[in-house]
Design a binder for this molecule. Structure first.
Ligand SMILES: [Zn+2]
Length: 406
């Protein structure tokens, strides 16, 4: 059996950083030793026995962390998951693995019915397959059940009121690939959809919604447990006041911060949200309830210029400029253009501790997806998805199931 030992590492654990080593065999973390808090390095201790022919990789103190997991990603390196081809899926997955992402859920845009179906079909076909890059662990159906006024930069295409026909057409893909479906709780029949398909294991998020606090509270009662990109494309006190001057009410933003049942995510690209909003979200939700996502479109690793967000034929024209996606008139943001490694660095720059920042990009998204028994942290028994980072937190090596990919 091939055994690899990562020696002299600085391990990034969910709650601390510690000197140690990791032993990989048969695609999994076979053993791990980390120095105790305040104790001596574990690397020199007598411990894990490894075969004489084990491959030893001396990391010379570099960081070793878990593979990153992206819950919300549309594209990269010129391709979008809505392009409708296996090649496009592979291109996006290869792009993001260079940024440390080893598992992701392809995320659709608002689109036409046929294109939603194609997106789900490809996500199912490539689920857990070798893509040459990050592996697909689910699909994020994003678009048909949004509130149209809250669509943001998404194409003005088929917004659907949930009914048995369209739900059966789109959500029965859950039998082939685990589905996360974003809904606006104020859309008619949202409760029926969440209750009916929640029982079948479909995960529902709130997003692209101008719901009131009370509507979010109701959705928590239906079983919704996650909210997409906090602060973006959602109602808050100020927006709701436009239609009712008093009393002032809370919206999706305030409800997300309030309910402990709800996890959420931030686009930490340094452009969508100022550092104080990252710190606010971190302080109120904590690293176990707050993930970091890229919300990246096809311009990742491509030069500044014009791109299409979503399907080539009728997607939204956007620009990559100043490290972010912008609407053509520059009036609004239009998704991210950076990898998840940049998100970790942005959280660090905002003063969030390294172990917490890394957890928000790995164990927390794994827990949100319900795959934390297999992925998301350095722990004996879990898959050997590993990232070697430089002291400046650039990605140097990436391993999926113990095999080097980058
Ligand atoms: Zn998005």
């Amino acid at each position: 059996m091939n055994v690899t030992v990562f020696r002299n590492a600085t391990l990034i654990l969910p709650d601390r950083v510690a000197a140690g080593e990791v032993v990989v065999a048969a695609g999994r973390i076979a053993a791990m030793r980390a120095a105790e808090v305040g104790g001596a390095s574990g690397a020199g201790d007598a411990g894990t026995a490894v075969p004489a022919d084990a491959v030893v990789i001396d990391l010379d103190g570099r960081y070793l962390g878990p593979g990153l997991i992206d819950l919300h990603v549309h594209g990269g390196d010129g391709a979008d998951f809505m392009d409708g081809t296996v090649d496009a899926f592979r291109t996006v997955c290869r792009c993001h693995v260079r940024h440390g992402t080893t598992r992701l859920t392809p995320t659709s845009t608002v689109a036409r019915r046929a294109d939603y179906r194609r997106f789900l079909e490809l996500s199912a076909a490539l689920h857990n397959q070798d893509t040459g890059g990050a592996r697909i662990v689910g699909a994020h159906l994003y678009g048909p059940y949004f509130a149209r006024p809250a669509r943001g930069c998404h194409p003005d295409q088929d917004f659907l009121v949930p009914d048995p026909a369209n739900a059966a057409e789109l959500l029965t893909w859950h039998e082939q690939v685990p589905l996360t479906v974003t809904i606006a709780p104020e859309v008619p029949q949202a409760e029926w959809l969440v209750r009916t398909y929640g029982l079948r294991g479909v995960r529902f998020n709130i997003g692209h919604s101008y719901a009131t606090f009370e509507q979010v509270a109701a959705a928590v009662g239906w079983g919704v447990r996650h909210v997409d990109h906090l602060f973006c494309a959602m109602s808050d006190r100020a927006r709701l006041r436009q239609t009712q001057p008093y009393p002032m009410r809370g919206g999706v933003l305030e409800a997300t911060l309030y309910f402990d049942e709800l996890t959420t995510e931030v686009i930490a690209d340094g452009r969508h949200l100022a550092a104080e909003l990252l710190r606010l979200a971190y302080k109120l939700k904590g690293p176990q309830r707050l993930a970091v996502v890229t919300d990246a479109m096809r311009a990742v690793d491509r030069p500044d210029g014009e791109y299409v967000f979503g399907p080539q034929e009728y997607g939204q024209r956007v620009y990559k400029r100043d490290g972010v996606g912008l609407m053509p008139d520059g009036s609004a943001l239009a998704s991210g253009v950076m990898g998840l490694d940049h998100g970790v660095r942005t959280l660090r720059a905002a003063g969030i501790p390294l172990a917490a920042a890394m957890r928000m990009a790995s164990l927390t998204p794994a827990t949100i997806l319900g795959i934390d028994a297999e992925y998301g942290s350095l722990e004996a028994g879990k898959r050997a998805d590993l990232v070697v980072w430089s002291p400046e937190l650039t990605v140097e090596q990436v391993y999926i199931d113990g095999r080097r990919v980058v």
